[in-house]
Design a protein around this ligand. Structure first.
Ligand code: NAP
Length: 138
């Protein structure tokens, strides 16, 4: 054995993080108001990271944070508003995040849409390309 572990398509975030200590680390997970993002946030928090739930729907995010806290009362969670359809929102989110956390150790660009009908943001990008590509790198 060389100490590496094999993971596959069936591996969960929790399995991947077994034995990993993320105490003192800051992780940002976009679209963590449900689905894979919520599960990723849960696994990162269980490993000790302070996790920023970056989402556009505060109510959904708070519900997700409640579920994570119900499974791990010690989870360190924060909410941050992020609407990837708007570059203004992305930049404002980045500024607020960096003001609170000069170092972000883990950025999980999970938020996205797929196989959705063509729709445009107010800035005229396609909504799916903005959420999955341009918003992330802005
Ligand atoms: N599940 C799969 O089989 C699969 C396969 C391939 C790729 N993916 C990708 O993996 C990621 C997570 O998938 P999932 O199944 O967990 O999807 P999901 O349940 O639909 O969650 C997507 C998350 O992204 C957020 N989001 C979407 N557009 C956004 C925007 N413009 N600004 C901010 N947040 C936005 C959603 O927020 P709201 O709740 O507010 O809409 C939600 O929190 C997505 O990027 C998806 O495309 C998933």
């Amino acid at each position: 054995m060389n100490g590496t572990r094999a993971f596959g398509a069936q591996s969960t975030g929790t399995e991947v993080l077994v034995g990993v200590d993320l105490r003192g680390k800051v992780a940002v997970v976009t679209g963590a108001s449900g689905g894979i993002g919520e599960e990723t946030a849960r696994a990162l928090a269980a490993a000790g990271a302070r996790v920023v739930i970056a989402a556009r729907n505060r109510g959904k995010a708070q519900a997700a944070m409640g579920r994570i806290l119900a499974s791990n009362a010690a989870a360190l969670l924060e909410f941050e508003t992020l609407e990837l359809d708007s570059l203004e929102s992305v930049r404002a989110c980045a500024q607020r995040l960096l003001a609170r956390h000069p170092t972000i150790h883990l950025l999980i660009n999970n938020a996205g849409v797929m196989a959705s009908p063509l729709a445009r943001t107010a800035e005229a990008s396609s909504r799916s390309s903005r959420a999955t590509t341009w918003g992330i790198f802005s």
